[in-house]
Design a protein around this ligand. Sequence first.
Ligand code: ZN
Length: 314
Amino acid sequence: MVASASRRSFLQFGLAAAGAALSPGWVKVAAAQGSPDPGTVPVKATKLADNVYLLQGVGGNMVLQTGSDGLLLIDASYAPAVPRIREAISALVPTPTSAPSLLINTHWHGDHTGGNEGMHDAGFTILAHRKTRDRLSHTQVMKLFKRTVQPSPAGALPTQVFDETFTIYRNGDTLDLRYFTPAHTDSDIHIHFQNANVLHLGDIYFNGFYPFIDEGTAGNIDGMIKGSKEGLSLASPETKIVPGHGPLGTKAELQEYHDMLATVREKVAALKKQGLSEQEALAKKPTAEFDAKWGKGFMAPDVFAGIVYRTVQA
Ligand SMILES: [Zn+2]
């Protein structure tokens, strides 16, 4: 079950990568590749706490908090998924309050922000790190995929931004938001629900497969290791840890992920320090001990090791 969930997530992320890059014609391309259409895949809700739910469809994992202070949603998948997201919310909250709704973006990538405009049209105000607004406002290049991402429409842009930390008191909980130093991108934040004991780490955390690191927007392996360590420092054994992609995680699973990143980093850094070129370093198979568990996802072992090589400070 876990294996098939990981597999499914990887297929979804494959679409994610293509999707962010090929908008608006990317749905056709993704369909041609056999990836699921985010407009037709239902968004599944899993209860994490009394009024907190994990929402999973195509694209990044989302979290919904409900209550009389208004809906709070973390991330918004792709634009075509918006009707499916709204259906999932309506099933959980048949009679919503008139209180204002809030959407938080974990970072700028299109599989987390593509639905921004649609959710804004549905009444959500958008909050994110300042860099998310900056990145969405201008043309971006996803270097690994050699793709150009066009600026987002005005309605998709966060209208509230912060730099380091932000606190939200809402629906009986306290949410701590904090910026990571550049890790997956330079716009990543986490959201920690103190009472519900839920931690959304965005794409700092890929549960069950090698992560994508967007070196084109300042992502780097050392930031990923530091970010996953920060996540561990906030978590207890009971914390429900939401990865950007993959199934819901535990502190023990996040620890295993962190340790895998740290070990691969040390191996690759040692080869780079010896003066090996990227191709020579990859030929040494520095991820070999982890490939059976982590190498079956969207990031092939050599692709992941290449990113580590190019972004590590050896
Ligand atoms: Zn991402």
